[in-house]
Design a protein around this ligand. Structure first.
Ligand code: F2R
Ligand code: MG
Ligand code: MG
Length: 370
């Protein structure tokens, strides 16, 4: 039986679930060749994208996924098998996946968490992450990059319950408040995208409303904390803003209030304003910016498809391209649905069929609960 949230919801929810996971996979696979580069020129990228969008390339290149997708897959597998969130099982799945395929480009320090989890037999799944970085915890974007399954599995939850789910999934590896708050923000950005009606003719939607809702939620979380906050979660901000995500979202809103400001903003400037590195604070707001900016045409990006523009713009920021593109394209996929994602881009990704199946599994779960 469909519950209240589902029955009142937007059109094409299955397509949006698929779009979200497939978008994340495409961003990761096509972003990984550029990870660590400086902002990338539009001509280099146009060549790259033209090649990837061609069906008839002689050597049809398929790109491997990285840690972003490896951990996303483990999240889905844990949710689907356990039919609930089980921190012990999820922490074990992350670790087993890493042991099976360690060369997926994992973060520099998160591998120590896997090793510690394994040595304590997953009995206290939040403990190892708390000891990272002399007890401050990781503020890397590893919690945010894999959060899309939480947004889908938690589709029927209240906002409060979803926020707690996203935080708890992230805290297995990221106990710094900027680490798990980044995961919460990315999760809420996907939830809002799933709920946002887009125009059938030009895929437009109300960006101001979208940002107002995100700002309201993040401000509440950053000011009051979420249920997962505790003394050791990096609440001491050492004189920095206590609301860094809200501050960046407000800046994004300010820019979008003036079309001329947005139009003139280069990729370099976006990377400078919002970041392009492996910290969650310097990548999640950037990913949201890319997904929103791509709703309208962008100078020098030759595509009338907002999903393709999202990918393109996210890659152009340089830096942590696989992760920023993965997060941006998850949001774009949840907004526009699977049907807008070019088939040829999907075929370029390792495990595309499995990812579609995983999206269907999550959709079945949320549409069958009483
Ligand atoms: N690791 C990478 N890319 C490196 C190059 C990969 C290469 N292409 C290859 O093939 O090998 N990418 C992946 O890592 C990011 C996610 O990282 P995650 O999971 O957050 O890891 P970690 O180790 O927790 O944090 C990452 C780095 O952030 C800094 N850091 C975090 N918290 C800190 C703190 N409290 N104090 C100081 N520094 C902190 C550290 O430098 C960590 O190593 C994604 O981009 C993914 O794609
Ligand atoms: Mg990666
Ligand atoms: Mg990355």
């Amino acid at each position: 039986m469909l519950n209240q949230r589902m029955s009142a919801s937007v059109t094409n929810l299955l397509s949006r679930f698929r779009g979200c996971l497939v978008g994340g996979l495409i961003g990761d696979c096509l972003g990984s060749p550029f990870e660590g580069d400086d902002p990338i020129s539009r001509s280099v990228l146009q060549n790259f994208m033209d090649k990837q969008l061609k069906e008839s390339s002689k050597l049809f290149q398929v790109f491997s996924y990285t840690d972003d997708t490896a951990m996303t897959k483990s999240m889905v597998e844990s949710f689907v098998q356990m039919k609930s969130f089980d921190a012990k099982d999820m922490s074990k799945k992350f670790t087993m996946e890493y042991i099976k395929e360690p060369k997926r480009g994992y973060g520099g320090n998160v591998v120590d968490v896997f090793s510690a989890l394994n040595s304590i037999n997953y009995e206290h799944p939040y403990e190892p992450a708390r000891h990272q970085f002399n007890g401050t915890g990781s503020y890397g974007n590893g919690g945010a990059m894999r959060t899309s399954p939480a947004a889908l599995f938690g589709y029927n939850l209240s906002d409060k319950e979803l926020i707690s789910l996203a935080a708890n999934c992230a805290r297995i590896t990221h106990s710094h408040r900027n680490g798990f708050n980044g995961a919460i923000l990315q999760c809420l950005a996907i939830r809002l995208a799933l709920d946002t009606e887009t125009s059938q003719t030009d895929q437009s939607f109300d960006i101001n409303l979208y940002l107002n809702r995100l700002i309201e939620k993040m401000n509440e979380i950053e000011v009051n904390g979420c249920e997962s906050d505790s003394e050791s979660d990096g609440l001491n901000t050492n004189g920095l803003s206590r609301t860094p995500y809200t501050d960046k979202l407000k800046k994004i809103k300010e820019l979008f209030s003036d079309e001329s400001k947005i139009k003139g903003l280069s990729s370099e400037r976006v990377a400078y304003l919002f970041g392009n590195d492996v910290s969650a604070l310097n990548s999640v707001p950037s990913a949201i910016y890319c997904a929103l900016r791509a709703q309208k045409p962008i100078d020098d990006i030759e595509s009338d498809n907002p999903f393709v523009r999202t990918l393109y713009f996210a890659l152009s920021l340089g830096g942590d391209t696989d992760t920023i593109a993965s997060m941006a394209c998850s949001i774009a996929g949840a907004l526009y649905g699977h049907q807008l994602i070019p088939n040829v881009l999907q075929k370029r990704c390792e495990d595309i069929d499995l990812i579609v199946k995983y999206a269907d599994n999550l959709y079945s779960f949320v549409s069958n609960v009483d």
